[in-house]
Design a protein around this ligand. Structure first.
Ligand code: A3P
Length: 321
């Protein structure tokens, strides 16, 4: 697993400090509006370094997500899928049984480029499995111009927001801040102000690209993964040129991966219950893992507001939730 070190405020370069001074802020200075997206303060330096230094390989596989759409789940699935020959999904020594998924698949602008020293990527074997939360517009040209493949996961905006609200309160409390009410965070989210937001622009940017570049970008939905995990996994494996062989079909390896990466399995592992990743409890990445939890938290008015924005934004590009 990666040993993660993250930047302190004093470690920012002058270039980054100058840039940040010129940008609008929101959410009590936690977010900076950079080229149309709201980037968390602590990831600004990593974003600049990532764009400056990262060289994509044609064989790279990049998982892209808006926060709280199921990144942790898909990291586990992609790791298991790509390493299934080396690590039998049923093996007692499978890395996922002893390592949190976020420590197996680094987030480029956070874990690799976000620290005082850029972590070396040389220890990663091909295909390198990497991830990012950046919207398409902020992705370095190296990723866009190479043949590397992008897997994009999205989730309905209402569950995404509810998950985000819970998660942000976990990190706020860990930082010694007061938790926010759902109303406060809702106003921000619906106005596009949330980490890596606006949510809608993020999803649309990859959706549009995936329509034009179906060999490069694979668009997955959390809800479909929950409903038909084996079908989704088989399609994902085909997209990544590692389709299940007839022998694997007979052994039902796809089912083994689904089971290994299930919410029930991962959330009950000691390694995912204790400790922290960044400012969050590792356990906070496994909350309920269900579709429709928004019904327990949003008022009818909040639900209508998000429905209206989603319809307005997504209708014209043919996206539905
Ligand atoms: P909830 O807060 O709705 O429970 P991310 O990984 O992008 O931070 O997203 C976290 C969300 O994914 C949380 O949603 C979490 O419970 C859910 N999740 C984590 N692991 C999962 C799994 N194995 N299967 C389904 N959902 C999972």
């Amino acid at each position: 697993p990666l040993v993660l070190k993250h930047l302190q405020e004093d470690d920012l370069t002058e270039e980054c400090k100058d840039l940040m001074r010129s940008l609008p802020t929101a959410d009590q200075g936690f977010l900076y509006q950079y080229q149309g997206s709201w980037i968390p303060r602590s990831f600004m330096q990593g974003l600049l370094s990532f764009n400056k230094h990262f060289q994509a390989h044609d064989t790279d596989i990049l998982l892209v997500t808006f926060p709280k759409v199921g990144t942790t789940w898909l990291k586990s699935i992609l790791f298991s899928l790509l390493n299934r020959v080396r690590y039998d999904p049923n093996a007692q020594q499978h890395p996922l049984l002893t390592t949190h998924p976020h420590e197996l698949v680094p987030i480029l602008e956070i874990d690799i480029y976000g620290g005082k020293q850029v972590l070396e990527l040389t220890h990663l074997t091909s295909p390198r499995l990497l991830s990012t939360h950046l919207p398409y517009s902020l992705l370095t040209r190296s990723v866009k111009d190479s043949m590397c493949k992008i897997v994009y996961l999205c989730r309905n905006p209402k569950d995404t927001f509810v998950s985000l609200w819970h998660f942000q309160n976990n990190t706020r409390v860990n930082r010694g801040m007061n938790p926010s009410t759902i109303e406060q965070d809702f106003d921000n989210f619906s106005n596009g102000i949330s980490p890596y937001g606006p949510y809608w622009d993020h999803v649309m940017s990859y959706w549009k690209e995936s329509l034009e570049k179906s060999k490069k970008i694979f668009f997955l939905e959390y809800e479909k993964m929950k409903e038909q995990p084996t079908i989704c996994l088989k399609k994902l494996a085909e997209f990544l040129d590692c389709a299940f062989s007839p022998e694997e079909e007979v052994k039902n390896v796809v089912n083994d991966i689904v089971r290994l990466c299930s919410f029930e399995n991962l959330s009950n592992l000691e390694v995912n219950k204790n400790g922290k990743y960044l400012a969050a409890n590792k356990a906070a990445f496994f909350r309920r893992g269900e579709v429709g939890d928004w019904k327990n938290h949003l008022t009818a008015e909040m639900s209508e507001t998000l429905d209206r924005i989603t319809e307005e934004k997504f209708h014209s590009v043919g996206l539905k939730f």
